[in-house]
Design a protein around this ligand. Structure first.
Ligand code: UPG
Ligand code: 3PG
Length: 332
């Protein structure tokens, strides 16, 4: 019988091999080659956006100019307005996106909140064979984010999911840049948990990054955690469904975004821990006598306390919703 040490060594060897064979860089996927490879495959780009009036317009206009007008790579460009209270929807529409409000899609279903819900609604509102998700708060977005993510999918039929990798600087309020210091929840929560419980996924350099692309056929067959657990949940569920060899990553250079407060990241971490717990339970790897608590008590500088609810909810695989509605096409 294989020892525990032997099993771990075999996993690391597998991850090493995956890193060597399934990691590329955006420069490996020139636009001309992608246009040739695209054929009849349709591509949707979906941006979830909650109060991103400062950045969403530039991202949309770059995609439209470079990948819709100059070169016909992207067939559909959608911004999901996630209950914004600022000018996000107007800026996105002015820049050329189709703007759909999160709550207008599949509006007969119970209302849920959060980024994962916005992504799931974006999947429902879009129709491309391949769906590319891009966060709307990126400050250094370039068209290579989209072309890089599409490269392995358009050229390798066996690849179903591609995740972005990048350096993540931490940019202070005064503009000071600390290289490699960003992605705090990634480094302190997500990466250790993935290494401990799903070591096959340890090769993903940015498991929580918001830029990834996948075939609709796979995305519609997995649930979406509705809040910030969505990326963690998708990685674990897709690994189970399609296997590591159908997953790839592309180095997109550097990524700068708007940083949330430490308190907000604590709440994100809580959601990710509960997502991991739910998958461990679903996979039969833990049996709990009672569910974890879902409150997070945090302390302010003046010793005041705030109690937040970090419980998670999820949307079922979209294909099951289409089936029960008797709809095969667009469900928006
Ligand atoms: O209710 C929400 C919350 C966020 N967003 C959008 O989702 C994107 C990412 O949200 P953000 O609050 O900027 O998350 P980050 O602090 O950047 O969190 C990182 O880690 C999260 C957890 O994995 C991922 O969801 C993010 O994509 C990733 O950038 C942005 O375009 C937001 O506008 C929504 O659409 N609805
Ligand atoms: O992915 C993460 O860890 C969170 O988005 C936090 O990122 P930040 O530390 O760059 O704000």
């Amino acid at each position: 019988m294989e020892t525990y040490i032997g099993r771990e060594a075999r996993t690391w060897a597998r991850v090493r091999h995956w890193l060597d064979t399934h990691t590329s860089t955006a420069a490996d996927w020139p636009l001309d080659a992608l246009l040739l490879a695209k054929g009849a495959t349709t591509v949707s780009v979906v941006l979830p956006a909650r109060d991103e009036e400062r950045t969403v317009g530039r991202i949309v206009s770059t995609i439209r100019r470079e990948l819709v007008v100059k070169a016909p790579l992207v067939d559909e460009l959608i911004v999901i307005d996630s209950r914004s209270t600022d000018a996000t929807a107007a800026r996105a529409a002015a820049a050329g996106a189709r703007v759909v409000h999160q709550d207008e899609i599949l509006s007969d279903l119970p209302r849920m909140a959060g980024k994962g819900d916005a992504l799931w609604k974006g999947l429902a509102a879009s129709s491309g064979d391949i769906v590319v998700f891009i966060d709307s708060d990126l400050r250094n977005f370039g068209a290579h984010f989209v072309t890089g993510l599409l490269g392995p999918l358009l050229t390798h039929p066996r690849i179903h999911f591609v995740k972005g990798a990048y350096d993540r600087p931490l940019v202070g309020p005064d503009g000071t840049v600390q290289r490699g210091a960003g992605g705090r929840v990634t480094e302190l929560v997500a990466r250790p948990m993935l290494n401990l419980y799903w070591p096959e996924l340890s090769g993903f350099m940015q498991p929580l990054g918001g830029e990834y692309a996948a075939r609709r056929s796979s995305l519609e067959r997995v649930p979406f955690v509705t809040g910030y657990g969505v990326e963690f949940g998708l990685l674990v569920d897709l690994l189970e469904r399609i296997g590591l060899d159908a997953m790839a990553q592309v180095d997109l250079g550097s990524r700068e975004h708007s940083h949330q407060s430490t308190a907000a990241l604590g709440q994100m971490a809580g959601q990710i821990i509960l997502t991991a717990w739910s998958r461990l339970e679903r996979q039969g790897r833990i049996v709990s006598s009672e569910p974890p608590a879902t409150g997070l008590l945090q302390f302010n500088l003046d010793r005041g306390v705030t109690l937040s609810d970090v419980s998670i909810a999820e949307r079922p695989p979209l294909v099951t919703v289409r089936r029960s509605a008797g709809v095969e096409g667009d469900v928006a």
